[in-house]
Design a protein around this ligand. Structure first.
Ligand code: 5GP
Length: 143
């Protein structure tokens, strides 16, 4: 998927945005939706996607960037608080060559603790439903 490939409205995050696929939502406002990654690189791994149909950071309309990043920061603060995280890793991939696998723009927010390694991008297994539900509840309570 080249950086300038047109947006595909059938991508999985577009389906989640339209409510055609389920997600473990932790936050929503007029510009973004945030939900848990079901293949988490660490506990609490959260994805924040803009509601505007943008494939990647380069194609997001510039006027949408500020409001989106304001929401990303708001979710980041809640994710950090929920896990009393000592650190927070923020990842964002663009284009297949850049490591992107779902072609709707998203930021990854991964709470981190000292001495605990990060599972590699694309290396994680599917989380248990029980863990996901408990992490969702913790983040929802942290706003
Ligand atoms: P990317 O590689 O595009 O930066 O990240 C895509 C992310 O979406 C990956 O971390 C992957 O685990 C996650 N992912 C893939 N399919 C699904 C899904 O159906 N639901 C959720 N919640 N996350 C997904």
């Amino acid at each position: 998927m080249h950086l300038s490939t047109p947006y595909d409205p059938q991508n999985i995050f577009a389906k989640i945005l339209r409510g055609e696929m389920p997600c473990l939502k932790v936050y929503e406002d007029e510009v973004c939706l945030a939900f848990l990654d079901i293949f988490p690189q660490g506990p609490g791994h959260t994805l924040v996607i803009p509601k505007v149909a943008a494939t990647n950071l380069l194609t997001l309309p510039t006027e949408a960037l500020g409001p989106y990043m304001t929401s990303v920061q708001k979710v980041a603060r809640a994710v950090q608080r929920a896990f009393q995280a000592e650190g927070l890793t923020v990842l964002q991939f663009n284009g297949a060559a850049g490591g992107q696998t779902v072609f709707h723009l998203h930021f990854h927010l991964i709470p981190r603790q000292e001495g605990v390694g990060l599972i590699g991008h694309g290396q994680a297994g599917k989380a248990s439903e029980e863990d996901l539900i408990s992490h969702q509840a913790a983040i929802l309570a942290a706003f």
